[in-house]
Design a protein around this ligand. Sequence first.
Ligand SMILES: [Zn+2]
Length: 310
Amino acid sequence: MVFDGHSDLLFDVTRRRLAGETRVLERCHLDRLRRGSVEGMVLSVWAEPADGRSYLERTEQIFSCARAEFAETPWLKTVRTAAEAEAAKREGKLYAFIGVEGMAAVGRDLSVIDRYADFGARMGMLTWNEENTLATGAKGDPQKGLTDLGKQAVRRMEALNMTVDVSHLNDGGFWDVMRLTHVPVIASHSNCRALCDVRRNLTDEQLRAVRDTGGLVGVNVYHAFVHAEPEKQTVEMLARHACHMAEVMGVEHVACGFDFCEYFGPGEDSAKGIDDCSKTAAFFEWLEKLGMEERERRMIARENLLRLLT
Ligand SMILES: [Zn+2]
């Protein structure tokens, strides 16, 4: 069974519900989730200004669409702890943690972070790829650190038991988080720069820094983060990222943050052989071929991430 540490399904839920659809997860996604043995996910709240709305208005739109959707999905339980997740699983339900992907909606008002927590968020990224009032994303100046407000945001997240997620953060912000925090940090959906040198991936030094917090890193299927050469953008190479992480950090710090995004449209392709969440088995088959034992594969599939979210 697989616990996927990064899913954008709430984007699809919001888009479709605003177009008048209902029971989106059940009609459009449940079958693939089941075929992929997905037992749980971290559903991310990713807000971008749309239809002239502000980041905050867009965030509230996602919250209300998600709440309406959850009310129609008795087979899915939103949870905040591993114990709640295990209980949901025993009841035969899928479980969903909530994550925040980019906090541009905060602006100058840190109390927005409390609203994320009220919605159920257990982890959050200060930025998506943009520069905002808190931090700079992977597409911005790599040197810029967190702003003073960004540093206060990290403290507020810690007080609310929200794990800081450093995926999408630039290098300067990454190292500021490492200096500031005393609790485990997650990079929910980032690969290794040693195998694919892009800013969204982590250097070996960064992997070790995440390990030293007691945190973990989730592998990401997005083709451009798997390898620079199109013919090597494969599920085998994705498994090689996981093996490299295990070598550098130890297998207990490796997880899944697949970030499947086939429903975003053309160009948003996954690595070959793992096109969507129904194909997760291919990743674990490659881990086995590359020498990972069953116990290690189980740790990567679900146990490591659940341990972080106790
Ligand atoms: Zn992302």
